[in-house]
Ligand binder design. Structure first.
Ligand code: NAD
Ligand code: MG
Length: 387
């Protein structure tokens, strides 16, 4: 089949599984799109099943043992690769046009760089690629011009700024649901459990981003992501609390006009648009019940989300600081989910680790990987020292 050929990285996760759903519908509708390659971390059985369903040519997993297990589940003519090099190889394949990067965490960066280096269109869900390696990504291949955002806020902003002179943009607004604890009393946050934090009010997502939504680290990452994607100064990016998650992004123009993108909170919509744009297909997976909703927008409260400000500051410092913020956050979220630290310790840990970090240049993969390792080690020490 001609048409777009896809590599789906992170095929077994929340975004990955929703992408598979989108792909099934596109296939049923006869949209010219095939899947050449898929990768995941460790869930070999789910990956093998999806790989067979979409008749892919190559698959990748994180480690050699998983690769062996995966190979045993697949026909011998399917190539099996592993590790960061494997991810890069899949993203850069000659028979791939579009790379949908839905890996979670800093592990996604190599796939994004390989995709851009090879001139592919990068449909980017893995915001950590831009948080950790924004400076590098911007200089690779077509840079941010090669990226179609999947993150709903950035997909919204990209649609709103189409055809707009960049000098006419006064401010980009990203909306935030406020996460699981938007209405909790601040003194109760000390005692909330992982189970409560995983109950996001509007979106259903992977565990890490759900916790990051409760601390608003996710929103700080999205501010950094927007800064790289749209190349505007920090003071031109604002955040509004919007509990309904219906308005995803707004662009305020110099003449007072505000352009907004709205839609149901269903990630299959931005995933599908990233795969088919500029084409828009009928039959969306969900629809907004316009006329049956009231929508609120309010400023971000300054005390409720201390981690947000810490991580935005790291973004502003640039260089290795955002890579350290992400690495520390990965460890701290994991420790919270494992019951080893309290919810409020995530923000404290980030502040402590970043406070100790001496920011260096983040202009090579080696320096970023070193900063990532340092951030993880420091966060582990924090976790061990506290409870
Ligand atoms: P998830 O944890 O549900 O899934 C992560 C996927 O990455 C899995 O398939 C996992 O196997 C794979 N993976 C992990 N480590 C890997 C490695 N080393 N090599 C290859 N694959 C690896 O996460 P998610 O919620 O789907 O989020 C994925 C990305 O999309 C994140 O960057 C997140 O911030 C972003 N995002 C997610 C949502 C959402 O609704 N879930 C919305 C916006 C953005
Ligand atoms: Mg988002």
């Amino acid at each position: 089949m001609t048409g777009r050929r896809l590599a789906l990285l992170g095929a077994t996760g929340s975004i990955g599984v929703q992408a598979l759903d989108v792909l099934r519908r596109l296939r049923a509708d006869g949209f010219p799109l095939s899947v050449t390659a898929m990768a995941a971390g460790t869930r070999v059985e789910a990956l093998a099943e999806a790989a067979r369903e979409f008749d892919v040519r190559a698959v990748g997993v994180s480690g050699p043992n998983h690769a062996e297990a995966l190979a045993s589940l697949l026909p011998p003519d399917i190539e099996v690769v592993h590790g960061a090099d494997g991810l890069s190889a899949l993203a850069g394949r000659a028979d791939v046009d579009v790379v949908l990067n839905a890996v979670v965490g800093a592990a996604g960066l190599r796939g994004s760089l390989a995709a851009l280096e090879a001139g592919k269109t990068l449909a980017l869900a893995n915001k950590e690629s831009l948080v950790v390696g924004g400076e590098l990504v911007a200089r690779t291949g077509a840079g941010v011009a090669g990226i179609v955002a999947v993150d709903s806020e950035h997909a919204a902003l990209q649609q709103c700024v189409q055809g707009t002179d960049r000098d006419h943009i006064e401010r980009l607004w990203i909306t935030a649901s406020g996460g699981a604890f938007r209405e909790h009393r601040l003194e109760d946050l000390e005692r909330v459990t992982a189970e409560e934090a995983l109950r996001h009010p509007t979106w259903s997502m992977g565990p890490r981003i759900t916790i990051d939504s409760a601390t608003l680290v996710n929103k700080a990452f999205e501010v950094i992501e927007a800064r790289h994607l749209f190349d505007v100064s920090w003071d031109k990016i604002g955040v509004l609390v919007h509990p309904q998650s219906v308005i995803h992004g707004l662009v305020e123009l110099v003449d007072g006009t505000v352009l907004a993108q709205m839609g149901p909170h269903d990630m299959r919509i931005p995933i599908r648009y990233a795969l088919t744009s500029p084409e828009r297909l009928p039959d969306p997976p969900a629809r907004l019940a316009l006329g049956e909703r009231s929508l609120q927008l309010s400023p971000l409260p300054s005390e409720r989300y201390p981690a947000f400000w810490t991580v935005v500051e790291a973004g502003k410092s640039g260089g290795t600081a955002p890579a350290v913020a992400n690495a520390a956050d990965e460890v701290l979220v994991d420790a919270f989910l494992g019951g080893r630290i309290r919810f409020t310790a995530i923000a404290r840990g980030l502040e402590e680790v970043l406070g100790r970090h001496r920011v260096g240049a983040g202009d090579s993969l080696a320096k970023l990987e070193e900063a990532d390792a340092w951030g993880r080690e420091q966060a582990r020490r924090f976790v061990e020292g506290k409870e």
